[in-house]
Design a protein around this ligand. Sequence first.
Ligand SMILES: N[C@@H](CCC(=O)N[C@@H](CS)C(=O)NCC(=O)O)C(=O)O
Length: 203
Amino acid sequence: MSITIYHVSGTRSMRVIWLCYELDIPCKLETIDFAKKFRASPGWRAKSPTGKVPAMDDGALTMFESGAMVQYLLDRYGKGQLQPKAGTAEGALYLQWCWFAEATFARPLGDIAQHTLVREEKDRIVAVVADGQQRSRICLEAIEAAMQDSHYLLERFTAADIMMGYSLMLAEKFGLITEDLPATKAYFARLKDRQGYQYAVSV
Ligand SMILES: N[C@@H](CCC(=O)N[C@@H](CS)C(=O)NCC(=O)O)C(=O)O
């Protein structure tokens, strides 16, 4: 195995780095320039066709999409750890939460990020931020309900929690994990306690 993760601190590359840490998978980090100009360059577009972060190489294989990287690494090197058996009810819920974390929850968070951090000030739309906050809140309420009697999304820590950990990190950054979401706060605190999370946010 020869894994390189193309990384920018504070982005979704933390999911892949965190997973590698949890599974003790050796990987090289290559920090890239998040500036729009670099991400539009043909060299970067060859790895990530829409110019987004992260990308990953494993030998001759190059990938974009953080969730796909996480799943690939689990399937290829995970030896059955951090994911339930595919095709079971637990496996279905694992997929549900992985997809929710990126396809549903990270969407409004991404809109907030775009219109507060990523785009130039002249291209930011305040109403999109307000809408993103409202849509994120619904997602946070879904997590709050799920965490009432649980420590993790499934009965034990899995890669679904890694997928969700990044989304919660963004939600926290935007001040959305409020006091009226105590179970979500406690759940995220449990994730932040893990060495893998701490390593992934420190690099
Ligand atoms: N679904 C993609 C989303 C990738 C993504 O949006 N990455 C962000 C950083 S976390 C980015 O590159 N944003 C810059 C942009 O969209 O212009 C994934 O999970 O990898």
